[in-house]
Ligand binder design. Structure first.
Ligand code: AMP
Length: 281
């Protein structure tokens, strides 16, 4: 496994491979990240992973400075997973003095994570576009855990004709349903015990959908009522949206819906989602 820190070094190492799978991450790796790596390994003869805590996707009052980092442990996990190339650029390497070009999707900023975190998807789209240009992957792997990110990346690839195939991997969960996240380390014991309420709320609404409920407001109310049962949980948004436009629905139609939640436990903000398959999909 080769570990590269500059764009020039990475480009040189990348030239040894034809078909390349790519998994962009912010590090502090867990089984969710490794599921992406494993799928890439199955589908591609060589795999690259990037580790970069991207400052441009964090708001001024967010957790950029304290975002958990453990590069040595990450490298041990990636080596064991059979990764070929790891790209770990510095902030200066990615954003040198004078940097001034961004990828913007105004529609993404109007809903869900985009509305809650101004500028977040400008940072995500910009860094993913840069990484695609540096890494030149054949396929790139993203987690369903960050549902809106998958929508933004797919739209960027379509709109800008980027020559990469996007693959989405299902969310990996703890046995109690909590979606794995690097941010779970912020939870204290009491909050950790309460956190599976996101999964329970989503699952309860999904069961109602499976039983025939198609009214979106009823499903929002179902999720709200499960979340209200957990006193430590403070919902940020509770959404039943179209899976592609992410616009809030009145009724769920042939395209199905994306159920998604953002919930605060004191300072810690967790997100999770559940895709409801439509009759048309
Ligand atoms: P991050 O390091 O949080 O930026 O995540 C890197 C990639 O891993 C993103 O595509 C995430 O959606 C994905 N990911 C994070 N958590 C999970 C999970 N629990 N299951 C599947 N994929 C995940």
């Amino acid at each position: 496994m080769k570990v590269l820190h500059t764009v020039a070094e990475f480009r040189q190492a990348r030239a040894a491979f034809d078909v390349l799978g790519f998994v962009p991450t912010m590090g502090y790796l867990h089984q969710g990240h490794l599921a992406l790596v494993e799928q890439a390994r199955r589908e591609c003869p060589a795999v690259a992973v990037s580790i970069f805590v991207n400052p441009t996707q964090f708001g001024p009052n967010e957790d950029y400075a304290r975002y958990p980092r453990d590069t040595d442990r990450d490298l041990t996990l990636l080596e064991a997973a059979g990764v070929d190339l790891v790209f770990i650029p510095s902030v200066e390497e990615m954003y040198p003095p004078g940097f001034g070009t961004y990828v913007i999707q105004p529609a993404a900023d109007e809903v869900l994570e985009g509305a809650a975190r101004p500028g977040h998807f400008r940072g995500v789209a910009t860094v993913v576009c840069k990484l695609f240009n540096i890494v030149q992957p054949t396929k790139s792997y993203f987690g369903q855990k960050d549902a809106q990110q998958t929508v933004v990346v797919r739209q960027m690839v379509r709109d800008l004709n980027l020559p990469v195939e996007i693959v989405i991997v299902s969310t990996v969960r703890e046995p109690d349903g909590l979606a794995l996240s690097s941010r779970n380390v912020y939870l204290n014991a009491e909050q950790r015990a309460a956190a599976p309420v996101l999964y329970r709320a989503l699952r309860t609404a999904a069961e109602r959908y499976a039983a025939g409920e198609r009214d979106a407001e009823t499903l929002r109310a179902v999720m709200r009522s499960v979340l209200t049962g957990e006193p430590l949980a403070r919902p940020d948004y509770i959404s039943v949206a179209h899976p592609l436009t992410l616009r809030e629905l009145d009724r769920i139609g042939a395209d199905g819906a994306l159920l998604s939640l953002a919930v605060r436990f004191d300072q810690v903000r967790l997100i999770d989602n559940w895709l409801l398959e439509g009759e048309g999909t």
